[in-house]
Design a protein around this ligand. Structure first.
Ligand code: AMP
Length: 190
């Protein structure tokens, strides 16, 4: 059983790396952002609710997000582990995740974090806005998302560091190299 939390600021390459890790390690990727976007595309109540926060760059309320992750983790493909991408994003979610994993007899194996300098991040996000047309990749929401990351998500690094789970990886290397380092970090984890 290997539950991995992939951390990194918006634009650090979490989504790309999580998808690559999914095929390299045979563990499903759980991206809360992708799950919300999928729900929005299908116009579910969850998707419509989430979008009122997403389009401002704000976090979807914890109880909504945690319930969605609980549901996803209970599916059979997650019984040997999963790669969490974009969750947890604050301390409430981190504690909720510990409890959810305890319920299924699991625990977090390792928390790799992809580190990229702030100016490179903004540049990447603006480029992604042009290519993918993601509605929340514009200058206003990018700033909000960065602020939320600094204030709420970054403190989780200490939370996991104190438990000896945190490992930083240099995200300003070619995608393939970042991937190789991540694979090594996950394979070495118990
Ligand atoms: P992402 O694709 O991870 O950048 O997420 C896009 C947006 O989805 C975020 O800006 C939030 O509005 C929402 N979102 C994704 N994950 C979470 C989470 N763990 N908690 C709350 N909101 C989230």
């Amino acid at each position: 059983m290997k539950y991995v939390i992939l951390m990194g600021a918006p634009g650090a390459g979490k989504g790309t790396q999580a998808k690559l890790l999914q095929s390299a390690l045979g563990l499903p990727q759980i991206s809360t952002g992708d799950l919300f976007r999928y729900n929005l595309k299908n116009q579910t109540d969850l998707g419509k609710l989430a979008n009122t926060y997403m389009d401002k760059g704000q976090l979807v309320p914890d109880e909504v997000t945690v319930a969605m992750v609980k549901d996803r983790l209970s599916q059979t493909d997650c019984k040997n582990g999963a790669i969490l991408d974009g969750f947890p994003r604050n301390l409430v979610q981190a504690v909720a995740l510990d409890n959810l994993l305890a319920e299924i007899g699991g625990r977090i194996s390792v928390v790799p974090s992809i580190h990229v300098n702030q100016d490179v991040l903004v540049e990447r996000l603006l480029k992604r806005a042009e290519i993918e047309g993601r509605a929340d990749d514009n200058e206003g929401t990018i700033r909000t998302r960065m602020d939320i990351y600094e204030a709420q998500t970054k403190p989780l690094m200490d939370y996991y560091q104190e438990r000896g789970l945190f490992v930083e990886v240099n995200g300003q290397q070619p995608v393939e190299q970042v991937q190789q380092e991540l694979i090594k970090v996950v394979q070495q984890a118990e």
